[in-house]
Design a protein around this ligand. Structure first.
Ligand code: NI
Length: 182
Protein backbone atom coordinates (compact mmCIF):
# COMPACT_ATOMS: atom_id res chain seq x y z
CA UNK A 1 0.00 0.00 0.00
CA UNK A 2 1.31 3.45 -0.90
CA UNK A 3 1.51 5.54 2.28
CA UNK A 4 0.89 9.29 2.61
CA UNK A 5 4.19 11.20 3.00
CA UNK A 6 4.42 13.73 5.84
CA UNK A 7 5.06 17.19 4.40
CA UNK A 8 7.22 19.94 5.92
CA UNK A 9 5.35 21.38 8.90
CA UNK A 10 4.11 18.02 10.20
CA UNK A 11 5.44 17.72 13.78
CA UNK A 12 6.40 14.05 13.25
CA UNK A 13 9.25 15.23 11.00
CA UNK A 14 10.76 17.10 13.96
CA UNK A 15 10.50 14.36 16.60
CA UNK A 16 13.28 12.05 17.74
CA UNK A 17 12.19 8.60 16.53
CA UNK A 18 12.19 5.56 18.85
CA UNK A 19 14.39 2.46 18.64
CA UNK A 20 12.63 -0.63 17.29
CA UNK A 21 12.57 -3.72 19.54
CA UNK A 22 13.38 -7.24 18.24
CA UNK A 23 9.79 -8.34 18.98
CA UNK A 24 8.45 -5.41 16.95
CA UNK A 25 10.71 -6.23 13.99
CA UNK A 26 9.28 -9.76 13.92
CA UNK A 27 5.65 -8.56 14.02
CA UNK A 28 3.47 -8.77 10.89
CA UNK A 29 2.51 -5.09 11.34
CA UNK A 30 6.14 -3.95 11.20
CA UNK A 31 6.93 -6.21 8.22
CA UNK A 32 3.91 -4.72 6.44
CA UNK A 33 5.18 -1.22 7.24
CA UNK A 34 8.51 -2.11 5.58
CA UNK A 35 6.73 -3.45 2.49
CA UNK A 36 4.58 -0.30 2.33
CA UNK A 37 7.63 1.95 2.68
CA UNK A 38 9.41 0.08 -0.14
CA UNK A 39 6.33 0.48 -2.34
CA UNK A 40 5.95 4.15 -1.41
CA UNK A 41 9.58 5.16 -2.10
CA UNK A 42 9.50 3.30 -5.42
CA UNK A 43 6.27 5.01 -6.49
CA UNK A 44 7.67 8.41 -5.44
CA UNK A 45 10.98 7.71 -7.26
CA UNK A 46 12.86 8.71 -4.11
CA UNK A 47 16.39 7.70 -3.12
CA UNK A 48 15.20 6.90 0.38
CA UNK A 49 12.34 7.18 2.85
CA UNK A 50 12.44 7.30 6.66
CA UNK A 51 9.82 6.14 9.18
CA UNK A 52 8.91 9.66 10.35
CA UNK A 53 8.13 10.58 6.72
CA UNK A 54 5.25 8.09 6.77
CA UNK A 55 4.05 9.23 10.22
CA UNK A 56 5.87 6.37 12.00
CA UNK A 57 8.26 7.78 14.61
CA UNK A 58 10.49 4.70 14.50
CA UNK A 59 14.19 4.34 13.75
CA UNK A 60 14.07 2.79 10.31
CA UNK A 61 14.56 3.88 6.74
CA UNK A 62 14.72 2.31 3.30
CA UNK A 63 17.25 3.50 0.72
CA UNK A 64 18.78 2.58 -2.63
CA UNK A 65 22.51 2.44 -1.84
CA UNK A 66 23.76 -0.74 -3.50
CA UNK A 67 24.73 -0.94 -7.17
CA UNK A 68 21.98 -2.06 -9.56
CA UNK A 69 22.53 -5.44 -11.19
CA UNK A 70 22.89 -5.29 -15.00
CA UNK A 71 19.64 -4.02 -16.52
CA UNK A 72 17.73 -4.25 -13.23
CA UNK A 73 16.38 -1.49 -10.98
CA UNK A 74 18.50 -0.50 -8.00
CA UNK A 75 17.79 -2.72 -4.99
CA UNK A 76 16.48 -1.07 -1.81
CA UNK A 77 18.07 -1.77 1.58
CA UNK A 78 16.13 -1.72 4.87
CA UNK A 79 17.98 -0.05 7.78
CA UNK A 80 16.60 -0.58 11.30
CA UNK A 81 18.13 1.14 14.39
CA UNK A 82 21.03 2.42 12.23
CA UNK A 83 24.20 3.93 13.70
CA UNK A 84 26.90 5.76 11.77
CA UNK A 85 29.98 4.43 13.54
CA UNK A 86 32.76 5.88 11.37
CA UNK A 87 33.11 8.56 8.76
CA UNK A 88 35.70 10.26 6.58
CA UNK A 89 37.15 13.59 7.72
CA UNK A 90 36.31 15.19 4.38
CA UNK A 91 32.88 16.70 3.78
CA UNK A 92 31.44 17.33 0.30
CA UNK A 93 28.60 19.62 -0.80
CA UNK A 94 25.75 18.55 -3.09
CA UNK A 95 22.12 19.51 -3.75
CA UNK A 96 19.59 17.26 -2.01
CA UNK A 97 15.87 16.92 -2.46
CA UNK A 98 13.47 15.43 0.08
CA UNK A 99 10.11 13.69 -0.43
CA UNK A 100 8.72 15.82 2.43
CA UNK A 101 9.34 19.02 0.40
CA UNK A 102 9.99 18.09 -3.23
CA UNK A 103 9.65 21.71 -4.35
CA UNK A 104 13.04 22.56 -2.82
CA UNK A 105 16.68 21.64 -3.30
CA UNK A 106 19.18 22.36 -0.53
CA UNK A 107 22.98 22.43 -0.74
CA UNK A 108 24.21 20.25 2.12
CA UNK A 109 27.67 19.14 3.30
CA UNK A 110 28.00 15.42 4.10
CA UNK A 111 30.84 13.12 5.08
CA UNK A 112 32.46 11.67 1.96
CA UNK A 113 32.19 8.12 3.32
CA UNK A 114 30.53 6.40 6.26
CA UNK A 115 30.37 3.02 7.97
CA UNK A 116 26.80 2.28 9.06
CA UNK A 117 25.67 -0.54 11.36
CA UNK A 118 22.01 -1.54 11.40
CA UNK A 119 19.57 -4.45 11.64
CA UNK A 120 18.03 -5.89 8.49
CA UNK A 121 14.33 -6.79 8.27
CA UNK A 122 15.08 -10.21 9.79
CA UNK A 123 16.64 -8.43 12.79
CA UNK A 124 20.16 -9.53 11.80
CA UNK A 125 23.08 -7.11 12.39
CA UNK A 126 24.66 -5.73 9.21
CA UNK A 127 27.45 -3.32 8.36
CA UNK A 128 27.90 -1.33 5.15
CA UNK A 129 30.80 0.87 4.07
CA UNK A 130 29.47 3.51 1.69
CA UNK A 131 30.96 6.44 -0.18
CA UNK A 132 29.75 9.06 -2.64
CA UNK A 133 26.02 9.35 -3.28
CA UNK A 134 25.02 6.27 -1.21
CA UNK A 135 26.93 7.70 1.81
CA UNK A 136 25.02 10.96 1.33
CA UNK A 137 21.66 9.20 1.11
CA UNK A 138 22.11 7.31 4.40
CA UNK A 139 23.22 10.51 6.18
CA UNK A 140 20.11 12.29 4.88
CA UNK A 141 17.80 9.44 5.96
CA UNK A 142 19.56 9.02 9.30
CA UNK A 143 18.96 12.71 10.03
CA UNK A 144 15.20 12.16 9.60
CA UNK A 145 15.31 9.77 12.59
CA UNK A 146 16.61 12.64 14.75
CA UNK A 147 14.10 15.16 13.37
CA UNK A 148 16.83 16.91 11.37
CA UNK A 149 16.21 18.16 7.81
CA UNK A 150 18.49 19.41 5.01
CA UNK A 151 17.23 22.92 5.86
CA UNK A 152 19.05 22.63 9.21
CA UNK A 153 22.27 21.33 7.63
CA UNK A 154 22.91 23.96 4.99
CA UNK A 155 25.40 26.65 6.04
CA UNK A 156 23.33 29.38 4.36
CA UNK A 157 19.67 29.98 3.59
CA UNK A 158 20.96 31.16 0.18
CA UNK A 159 21.51 27.48 -0.57
CA UNK A 160 17.77 26.73 -0.38
CA UNK A 161 16.28 27.00 -3.87
CA UNK A 162 13.20 26.01 -5.83
CA UNK A 163 13.98 22.76 -7.66
CA UNK A 164 12.69 24.35 -10.88
CA UNK A 165 15.40 27.07 -10.66
CA UNK A 166 18.38 24.77 -9.97
CA UNK A 167 20.13 25.55 -13.26
CA UNK A 168 20.25 29.30 -12.59
CA UNK A 169 21.26 28.71 -8.96
CA UNK A 170 24.11 26.42 -10.01
CA UNK A 171 25.40 28.90 -12.59
CA UNK A 172 25.51 31.64 -9.95
CA UNK A 173 27.22 29.30 -7.49
CA UNK A 174 29.86 28.34 -10.08
CA UNK A 175 30.51 32.04 -10.78
CA UNK A 176 30.82 32.78 -7.04
CA UNK A 177 33.24 29.89 -6.57
CA UNK A 178 35.36 31.05 -9.50
CA UNK A 179 35.50 34.55 -8.00
CA UNK A 180 36.74 33.06 -4.74
CA UNK A 181 39.43 30.92 -6.29
CA UNK A 182 40.85 33.33 -8.88
NI1 NI B 1 14.24 13.48 3.21
Amino acid sequence: MILPIAQLGQPVLRRMASEVTPAEIASPEFQRLIDDMLETVTAAKGAGLAGPQVFQSKRLFVAGVLPAPEGRPQPLTVFINPRIVQHAEQRLFAWEGCLSFVELLVLVPRWASVRIEFLDRQGQPRTLDLEGWPARVVQHEYDHLDGVLTLDRTPSTRYIVKASEIKAANEELTRATERETT
